[in-house]
Design a protein around this ligand. Structure first.
Ligand SMILES: Nc1ncnc2c1ncn2[C@@H]1O[C@H](COP(=O)(O)OP(=O)(O)O)[C@@H](O)[C@H]1O
Ligand SMILES: [Mg+2]
Length: 291
């Protein structure tokens, strides 16, 4: 369901991302446009190397488009200074990226509180919010555990809590369930869906057609472009969708497909890597500065 707001949470307009120059240039994204409005969950699917992570990095202000525009909560990331981008991210964005793992020397609670503390929220408040976010993902009883003493699924849920803490308005997730078992993966998607149903916007890369079916829209990428529905066949997601989940009525988003594509699109890549660990400085840097 799309909420009645003046502006999309995320607007990507004719965005290109070209690495390098001349004969060695690699086009990672070739003129993609899409909008994600408050209340919407938009899934991104496509084969390995099709530009999904590039799109997410642009959407998170972690990378800049070579051409085109990216607006987060109405503010363009183009030409913006790193400090301003970091502030934009901390204030509005929840990032669930494979590379952005938990800090091993911090407890679950401290991991979730960290982005809020970096944002200047008083420690006591940040920890209360973190406790609530952990409760919301069913991990209240694990708040004092260090990541090494949590299961893979629990670690992922801590990362989700960290992305949702403080009521972030735009959630970006790059294969958040790739390393999880079915029920934990479902739980993670359900949490993101719930946040969208209460007004957040989310852009989620997934290879799981069932999860894509919970999205309001699916954007298919191939070779850095939005693929047409026919590239993937004709079977619509509609049948697999929860009955209470209506597609946006007016199709105001710039991206074309409305819940299009097939179940089991061909050529999608395998499961994501397992979780590693970043030192505190690495995580802080990732939260603070574009890569
Ligand atoms: N830093 C980079 N330098 C050169 N090429 C890159 C870089 N990052 C990504 N690419 C290329 O851009 C394309 C899209 O990559 P990516 O967005 O990671 O795809 P996906 O997430 O869909 O697997 C790939 O061909 C990849 O090799
Ligand atoms: Mg990727």
């Amino acid at each position: 369901m799309r909420f009645a707001t003046a502006a999309p949470a995320l607007a990507v307009h004719a965005a290109w991302r070209i690495h390098g120059a001349g004969r060695l240039a690699v086009t990672a994204l070739a003129g993609v446009s899409l909008e994600v409005w408050p209340g919407e969950l938009v899934a991104v699917m496509g084969p390995s190397g099709s530009g999904k992570s590039t799109l997410l990095n642009l959407a998170g202000g972690l990378d800049q488009p070579t051409r085109g525009d990216v607006r987060i909560m109405g503010t363009s990331t183009v030409g913006r200074r790193p400090a301003a981008l970091a502030q934009l991210r901390r204030r509005h964005l929840g990032l669930v990226f494979q590379e952005l793992n938990l800090v091993g020397s911090l407890t679950a609670l401290e991991n979730v509180a960290l982005p809020r503390e970096l944002d200047g929220v008083p420690v006591r408040t940040a920890r209360r919010e973190a406790g609530e976010a952990l409760e919301a993902v069913g991990l209240g009883h694990r708040a004092d555990r260090f990541p090494a003493r949590l299961s893979g699924g629990e670690q992922q849920r801590v990362a989700i809590a960290r992305a949702l803490v403080g009521g972030r308005r735009l959630v970006l997730a790059d294969e958040p369930t790739g390393a999880l078992d079915t029920s934990t993966g479902d739980e993670v998607l359900r949490l993101i869906r719930e946040r969208c149903d209460t007004g957040a916007a989310a852009l989620v890369v997934t290879h799981n057609p069932r999860h894509a079916a919970w999205a309001d829209r699916v954007v298919f990428l191939r070779d850095g472009r939005e693929a047409t529905r026919s590239d993937y066949g004709a079977e619509p997601f509609g049948a697999a969708r929860p009955a209470d989940r209506a597609a946006p009525a007016d199709g105001r988003g710039l991206s074309a497909p409305t819940a299009g594509g097939t179940l089991g699109a061909p050529g999608v890549e395998g499961p994501a890597r397992g979780s590693g660990e970043l030192p505190l400085a690495g995580l802080a840097a990732a939260l603070e500065a574009p890569r």
